[in-house]
Every structure is written in structure tokens, then in C-alpha cells.
Design a protein around this ligand. Sequence first.
Ligand SMILES: [Zn+2]
Length: 327
Amino acid sequence: MNAVNQHVLATDLGGTNIRVALVDQLGNISYRNSTETLSDRGIGDVINRWTDALKHVMDSVDTKAVIGLGVAFASPIDHQTGVVYNPPHLSNWDGFSPKSILEQNLSMDVTIGNDASLAVFGEYLYGAGRGFKNMVLLTIGTGIGGGIVMNGEVYVGHRGFAGEIGHIVIDKNGPLCDCGVRGCLQSMCSGTAISRIANEMLTSEKCTILRDDGCDNQLPVTAQMVVKAARAGDGFATTILDKVARNLGIGIAGLIQIFDPEIIIIGGGISSEFDLLHSGILKSVDMNIYPHLRGVVPVVKAERGDDAGMLGAAALMFRDKGIEIGT
Ligand SMILES: [Zn+2]
């Protein structure tokens, strides 16, 4: 293995935050910073602040050791041209190439990829996926995303759109999702879905601390409030999370049947509450899968959190430069 003497400047531009970091071949982060994206201020303003944040890192380190910039971007992306298409949280960036602009502004080589795919790559190389060649990651937060690693490579599909795990339909009579269909995983198991289910069910439920001052007595009820109530032993909140775990298990069972992975990894904001969902997910997987696959595939929590996208972006640059990536 190469000595650890090379670094990649890595960044993750999402709808909420711009993150920057300095990453070595082993996935160690020696510098990090973040600032709000504030996309409503316009592309020019975001690009300027993004460039400043990246230059600030370069001003603070030995730049000779930095081989390039790896970018994780929250959008479908043409990997060759770096052009982004219909970013869901950055609508006015459609058709734009952040790669070209950053190359000009920073005078360094830039690689760019979809944030979810790169988060899978990061978790595969430097997180809970270490040592496995076939895995599926679900990122569960406000929405549900994810990605697939097959035979050691991120599987992006024929057109590059594979891994939209949040939009697998599990109940055709379920709630309508932003994607235009009913009953997909995102519409039934995301943080947004937990909040919606709680508020719908609360109208007929009297006996829950979500109605009491103990849980702030605020409406609408958020996913965080449901989790807090479940941790306090509230039966109503626990019922909601059991239902979510059951539905997640149906989706995960389908993923196991299709991909036969060695491991399923759960990331995103909900992963910090993974212990509340874990046994419910496993039970539901076993109820919805071939008998010979029952109990075979571990479902575990992601390890690298919000850093996974930047780690994947850094790894992409190391690989493009032919530098061996350690684990
Ligand atoms: Zn959907």
C-alpha cells in the first residue's frame, strides 16, 4: 500500500449544507468545515461562498499533498461532462456544470458524482461496508435514498439512475409521494412519513404523551417527537415506529431477493434511532422473504454519517489518479 501522504480536498453540496474536508487515502479527515447552502440567494452567491470555503482549506494546508477536488452533489449528474440535471433542492442549477466552474476557480482537477452514490462508495470503503463486495445502503432522513454496490463497484444502472430505493412501491393504495406514485418506501417510512402518520393517527388517539406537555404539546408532531415519545415508553409512538419498521422490512426483503447482498446498511438521520427499528425490520424481512434467506443478511447502522459522501468523492479522485485506497 502507498504511504499515507496524499490528500483530496472533498466537498458535499446539498440542499441544506455545503461541507468541505481534507481526506487521506485511509479515509481519515484532517480538516472539516460546513456552512449553509442558502440556495435562494442564487447560484453566483453559492458558488462564491463554496469557492471561498474550499480556498480556505487550501490556504491552511500543504497544497503539494492535495491531488485534486472530489465533489458530491445532490443531483443526477452526467459523469463525463459534470452537468447536473434537475437538482431537487437546487432547481435553478439545471444544466449547469459545477465541475467546470470549480476547475476554473481553484485551478485543480475536479471529479464529481451524485451524493447518494458517493455516500454508498464512502460507506463501502471506509464504513460499515468494509470487507464486503455486495451491499445495499438505504439513507433514511426527510426522504429515502440509497445505493447499491455489486462486485465491489457502485451500480448506477444503464442510464445512471439506479439506486432510487426510496421509490419502490410497497403499497399501491398508500399515500401519494412527490415522485408521483402512491405507497413508495419514501412515502411510508421517511422522517416526513413518520410525522404524517403521527399527525393522522393523533386525531383518534387520546392516550399518548404526544398530547401532553411532556412532549411540548406542539402540532404538527415531528418525527423527532415520535422518537422521543417512543424512548419514553409511549405505546402510540411505538406503534407508529413498529409500522414503519414493518414497511421498511418489506422493502428490504425485496432488495435482498433481487441483489442477494452480504449486508444491508441503514444511514441518514434515522440511523441514530436504528435501535428502535432494528428488531421490527428483521422480523418483517423474514416474513417477506424466501425461507432460505431468512436471518441470513445482517441489517446494520451506517458508520460514517454525513461524511460518507465526501469520503466517496475523495475515493473517486484517488482512483482516477491511480492511487491505491487503503481501508
Ligand atoms: Zn416516491
